[in-house]
Design a protein around this ligand. Structure first.
Ligand SMILES: NC(=O)C1=CN([C@@H]2O[C@H](COP(=O)(O)OP(=O)(O)OC[C@H]3O[C@@H](n4cnc5c(N)ncnc54)[C@H](OP(=O)(O)O)[C@@H]3O)[C@@H](O)[C@H]2O)[C@@H](O)CC1
Ligand SMILES: [K+]
Length: 504
């Protein structure tokens, strides 16, 4: 698992580090790494380093200081470096002096004679002629939308960009963007990932991420967020062992769909079939349709006749009427772990007495999208999705998987997992039903609910990605839209992929 730390956590760790290593030494360490990676990108795109041109966008703080020092290091390798200073009077003095000593140039962003959008001719020229732009506008102390001059400079960047610490214009805590923001090809960050690198638009705008060791590790507390790695998901994904039979691998009950809308039942049951080798029982009015699609599913008409299961997946398509409520109540009273999705969530919101049907020791997973979340929480989701999921998880003592292109999984004890798909191929009708089946199957095979959600979310988005690209893992492959059935079909491929990662 990768850890993710908040800016406050990183700052506190930095203060401890400075007690043993002077701050300027740490900054030069960070800046040296920026220079090394910038030289690598220059080589990749131009075939060399010496004689190439780099523009530094330099803000008022230490983020700009990093960029200036990196510029000084690049000068020593023969790069033509121009620093564009957004606040010349506040630019990091030691960094600016180092750049000048090394033969670098500094110009004011607003220049001697700014054009109609407020940018001086020298600054415009530096950005236009650069092979690579280094973004040192703002880092951990970023607040709100970029100011007008910074925003205008960012709009003008058309060459590859390297962000120092984080792409400027992105909120460090939420990854949200409000106005122009840097879209980096590469982000070089220090000491650990920050929330903006894994959440929302920030994750996409960070591009490739390089986490540089500047000596913070010993001073970092427990991370705020976690990101699962494919190899650990592959290593933990349940597959039949030498002594397993169909029962020992977990029997999942699926309560989904209706006679009029059997699709949810077919997709959720199918996902459970594809996810693990245990047994799948379906209970509901779509039994015949489920059986015809998935002959291996043991299907009955009612949850009362379903037989023994180790976990339930309930909700998609069960409706908001008395029969849906009855189904949800029954599975909650079963004493088995429950993954409650779709209509179940609205049923909980409409009738809070349903919470009483659940034994407090029974693990419960809720998988809302933004609309269902608002119903459940009683307020809109807002920009801080992590805090929102965490609050609802604690309030209902349930694992909350909040859907979106960045999936958030919050446990009642405050732990949060993030699955950053970096694409939206699963955004298709029926996709949520597949996810419910995957989570239910993992719960039935005994995987801890928080991890079950994280594993399922990853495999789900990977399956969509693979399906969209006809099974290719080549990032350059061209995708085509898919439906939930194609996603479902790609689940075994995705499981193989993470298991392959586990084998190294
Ligand atoms: N401590 C260390 O030694 C190390 C720190 N490191 C580096 O320091 C960085 C943190 O530096 P920091 O704390 O100086 O703040 P930083 O992010 O540069 O912002 C500075 C100023 O920007 C401005 N500003 C704010 N919002 C804005 C906006 N929307 N649009 C435009 N401008 C905006 C605002 O200035 P104001 O004009 O309000 O005075 C604010 O004060 C960190 O990310 C890492 O890169 C590394 O070298 C490792 C060692
Ligand atoms: K930056």
């Amino acid at each position: 698992m990768h850890g993710v730390w908040t800016p406050d956590q990183i700052r506190a760790a930095e203060q401890q580090l400075f007690a043993e290593t002077p701050e300027p030494v740490v900054m030069r360490r960070a800046a040296y790494a920026v220079a090394v990676h910038t030289a690598r990108v220059l080589t990749d795109i131009t075939g060399g380093v010496s004689g190439r041109r780099v523009a530094l966008l330099v803000g008022a703080g230490n983020n700009g200081g990093d960029a200036l020092w990196a510029g000084a290091f690049l000068r020593r390798r023969g790069v033509g470096v121009t620093a564009v200073l957004l606040a010349p009077e506040k630019a990091h003095a030691a960094g600016l002096a180092a750049l000048r000593r090394a033969g670098g140039r500094a110009v004011s962003a607003e220049g001697p004679s700014p054009d109609t959008s407020g940018i001086g001719a020298d600054a415009a020229d530096a950005v236009e002629r650069a092979d690579v732009v280094v973004d040192g506008i703002v880092g951990l102390s970023a607040r709100g939308a970029l100011r007008p001059t910074a925003a205008e400079l960012v709009r003008r960047v058309v060459v590859p960009g390297i962000a120092v610490a984080l792409p400027s214009g992105v909120d460090p805590m939420t990854g949200a963007v409000d106005g122009p923001a840097v879209s980096a090809d590469l982000t070089v960050t220090f000491g650990g990932r920050k929330p903006c690198h894994v959440l929302g638009e920030g994750a996409v705008r960070s591009g490739e991420l390089e986490v540089v060791d500047i000596g913070l590790d010993d001073h970092l507390p427990d991370p705020e967020l976690h990101v699962l790695q494919p190899a650990e998901i592959g290593a933990a994904w349940p597959v039949p062992g030498p002594t397993d039979d169909k029962y020992t691998q977990g029997v999942i009950g699926v309560a989904a769909g209706s006679a009029t809308y059997p699709g949810a039942a077919v997709l959720a049951s199918g996902a459970a079939v594809q996810a693990t080798a245990g047994m799948v029982r379906y209970a509901g009015p779509a039994a015949d349709v489920v059986r015809s699609h998935w002959p291996e599913v043991v299907a009955t008409g009612s949850v009362r006749d379903a037989g023994k299961v180790q976990a339930w997946a309930v909700g998609p398509g069960i409706g908001l009427g008395a029969s849906g409520r009855d189904v949800l109540q029954h599975v909650l009273e079963s004493g088995r772990p429950v993954c409650a999705d779709a209509d179940s969530i609205t049923l909980f919101a409409n009738d809070p007495t349903l919470w009483d049907a659940r034994d407090p020791d029974t693990p419960l997973v809720l998988t809302p999208h933004a609309g269902e979340f608002a119903r459940l929480a009683g307020h809109e989701l807002g920009a801080d999705r992590v805090e929102a999921a965490r609050e609802v998880a604690a309030r209902f003592d349930a694992v909350v998987l909040l859907k979106g292109n960045t999936t958030i999984v919050a446990a009642p004890d405050g732990r949060v997992l993030v699955n950053d798909a970096q694409h939206s191929w699963p955004a298709t009708a029926g996709s949520g039903d597949v996810l419910t089946g995957l989570i239910g199957a993992l719960l039935a095979s005994g995987v801890e609910p928080w991890l079950a959600c994280g594993y399922a979310a990853h495999v789900h988005s990977l399956a969509a990605d693979l399906a969209a690209h006809a099974g290719s893992v080549d990032p350059a492959a061209v995708g085509a839209p898919i439906g939930a059935s194609a996603l479902l079909e790609a689940v075994p491929m995705a499981i193989r992929e993470v298991r392959r990662a586990a084998l190294g």
